[in-house]
Ligand binder design. Structure first.
Ligand SMILES: N=c1c2ncn([C@@H]3O[C@H](COP(=O)(O)OP(=O)(O)OP(=O)(O)O)[C@@H](O)[C@H]3O)c2ncn1[C@@H]1O[C@H](COP(=O)(O)O)[C@@H](O)[C@H]1O
Length: 99
């Protein structure tokens, strides 16, 4: 069975936004802004994770991590890199772990 996590469902929506560029979509504004706009957001969101972590506020950390992951998925979609490839890399490393 093809397992659909929220991450892969979100990835599909992001790819659709990239192809169709509907008005009113935040994802469309990122793709229209190009790679520099996407990377600026990744930098900002990374900074917000650092602040949340320093604040040791679990809700804030979760919220900012979700923001960051969303923008990472947009960056991967910009480059046509599937999330599956990242999972495969993690799986390869996990498999290489000494037991
Ligand atoms: N998961 C997300 C998601 N996470 C974060 N964000 C947006 O990322 C932005 C976070 O940046 P900031 O906190 O700096 O807020 P901002 O001031 O609005 O951002 P900027 O104007 O500075 O870019 C906010 O506008 C959030 O709405 C997201 N926008 C969309 N999604 C998902 O993407 C799907 C498609 O969204 P649309 O493209 O808007 O239809 C949605 O159904 C959601 O599931």
């Amino acid at each position: 069975m093809n397992e659909q996590t929220v991450l892969t469902q979100l990835e599909a929506v992001i790819r659709q936004r990239k192809a169709e560029r509907p008005e009113g979509s935040y994802t469309t504004t990122l793709f229209d802004g190009g790679l520099d706009r996407i990377l600026k957001k990744i930098g900002e969101e990374a900074g917000e994770i650092i602040i949340a972590s320093k604040n040791a506020n679990p809700d804030e950390i979760i919220y900012e991590t979700a923001d960051f992951l969303y923008h990472l998925l947009v960056m991967l979609a910009y480059h046509d890199i599937p999330w599956r490839d990242v999972e495969n890399e993690l799986q390869r490393r996990f498999g290489n772990r000494p037991h």
